[in-house]
Design a protein around this ligand. Structure first.
Ligand code: GLN
Length: 473
């Protein structure tokens, strides 16, 4: 519509801001809304378009997860610790999407420091799933997912350390891609677990994800872990045939713990792929059962190290009237962090401590290698690996808050991609009792184009991705 001149970026931005003002009081998907900056940004985009510029994202509104530093505004990471923190610079992802002409409407709610699978760990309150408001939207990018599902913006950024793009995308009926580790710069993205964190888009379609990932990806001299491999044109071959695509189906994915409705939606999606010419090949990931234990040692270990910088001195929250330096540290951290963040810091510190390092952290890193070897073996025979994104559809708010291990088990199918640095996409493939179900495709390193292509082909012959939650007119 923007390209045809059917609407202006200003009109589009006003449309979404009006929806946010009307619908977000209940959904709570946003931590901050930047109406004035968004409108002036949109006007500038309209002028650029009037002057002849026509890049595809110019003037398209979006929302950033509140984990990305944005110069000039608040960046809270969902925490009391950073409630009043103003970043002195913007993340590379923010600069890149700005440069592409996207208009930031505000910052999305999230689990505190991206730790969680339900968005119930946010200092700014839980987010409601627009499909069923007594259910969680998933996490940690729960605000990003719920707001796109409610059409408060056409696209949002997320980050994924163990599933936080794909799991909320699955719970909210969206398409979301976690790129290969190193495909997108982590500069200015508040670190949770540095060897696992990656940023990516959440949108309605794979086609939209392709356009936004295109603008996000690429080398960055400010992040030494960011790859300088050239970024292919993700939109170019989306519509090509997938005849002959070899899809690996791990038997381990269809075992205990998988909801029957989710299993049958995923099986139907795989049958659809066969109709499109893909070939299903049975593969085995023998160490699949070790993914959750390995992840929940490595991620907290890295988190305990990363979060040591929040000491009451350098960033954000500081307690009142500290008696001495020790008191300043302990009370600032005690009052600034929520329960789950403290749990992770304690687990991680324990796993890294002298005497336990070999037994836990080192062992987890060795297991990580075994998991990676399983995928390498599978990829000798297949192009992508397919399965459910989550073991169940969205669950009720409060259902798992008292049982951290039950909460961690949500991440059963998502953490392996992070442990191995592989790209993975989730797309809607069915419904169970009115709640969306996600199909996950995992690819080889830097094979995002194939994942987007396969997802797009599926979306050309199905309409799950076009379904919207009711009552949000
Ligand atoms: N749910 C996982 C966790 O709590 C993953 C979070 C994420 O990907 N940021 O660690």
């Amino acid at each position: 519509m923007l390209a045809n001149g059917d609407c202006s970026s200003t009109e589009l931005t006003e449309h979404y801001l009006e929806r946010i003002a009307r619908l977000d009081k209940d959904l709570n998907t946003m931590i901050s809304v930047n109406s004035d900056d968004a409108i002036s940004g949109a006007r500038a985009c309209d002028e650029r378009r009037a002057a002849g510029e026509n890049s595809p994202l110019l003037g398209v509104p979006m929302v950033h997860k509140d984990i990305f530093c944005v110069d000039g505004g608040k960046t809270t990471c969902g925490s009391r610790m950073l409630e009043t923190f103003h970043a002195p610079y913007s993340a590379t992802v923010v600069n890149k999407l700005n440069g592409a002409g996207m208009v930031m409407l505000g910052k999305a709610n999230m689990d505190e420091f991206a730790m969680g699978s339900s968005n119930e760990n946010s200092y700014f309150g839980a987010v409601k799933n627009p499909w069923q408001r007594d259910c969680v939207p998933g996490g940690s990018s729960g605000g990003s997912a719920a707001l796109v599902a409610a059409r408060l913006a056409p696209v949002a950024t997320g980050t994924d350390t163990g599933g936080s793009i794909r799991q909320p995308a699955a719970f909210c009926g969206l398409t979301g891609i976690k790129p290969t580790y190193g495909r997108v710069s982590r500069y200015g993205m508040i670190a949770f677990a540095s060897s696992l964190d990656q940023a990516g888009p959440l949108a309605v379609t794979a086609e939209d994800c392709a356009m936004v990932l295109q603008a996000m990806a690429g080398s960055d001299e400010r992040d030494s872990t960011c790859s300088n491999q050239p970024v292919p044109d993700y939109s170019k071959s989306l519509g090509d045939s997938i005849d002959g695509l070899k899809i690996g189906v791990p038997e381990e994915y269809f075992s205990d713990g998988l909801d029957d409705g989710v299993a049958s939606a995923v099986r139907s999606a795989l049958a659809e792929y066969e109709k499109l010419g893909a070939k299903l090949v049975s593969v085995s990931l023998p160490n699949q059962g070790l993914c959750i234990p390995a992840y929940y040692v490595v991620a907290p270990a890295e988190a305990s190290s990363n979060l040591s910088r929040f000491d009451g001195v350098r960033f954000g929250y500081r307690c009142d009237n500290p008696a001495d330096l020790e008191d300043l540290y302990t009370r600032s951290r005690g009052e600034g962090f929520g329960a789950e963040v403290k749990r992770r810091i304690m687990i991680g510190t324990y796993a890294l401590s002298a005497g336990y390092y070999d037994a836990y952290y080192l062992k987890a890193q060795q297991v990580r290698r075994l998991i990676s070897d399983d995928f390498d073996k599978a990829f000798a025979d297949v192009d992508v690996v397919a399965g459910p994104t989550t073991p169940t559809p969205a669950f009720k708010t409060g259902a798992k808050t008292d049982d951290p291990v039950a909460m961690y088990l949500n991440d059963l199918y998502t953490v392996s991609a992070n442990l191995c640095g592989l790209p993975a996409i989730s797309m809607p493939c069915g419904e169970v009792d009115g709640l969306p179900v996600g199909l996950q495709l995992t690819g080889q390193h830097f094979d995002e184009a194939r994942l987007l292509h396969a997802a797009h082909r599926y979306q050309q012959v199905t309409d799950w991705h076009q379904r919207m939650p009711a009552g949000l007119e």
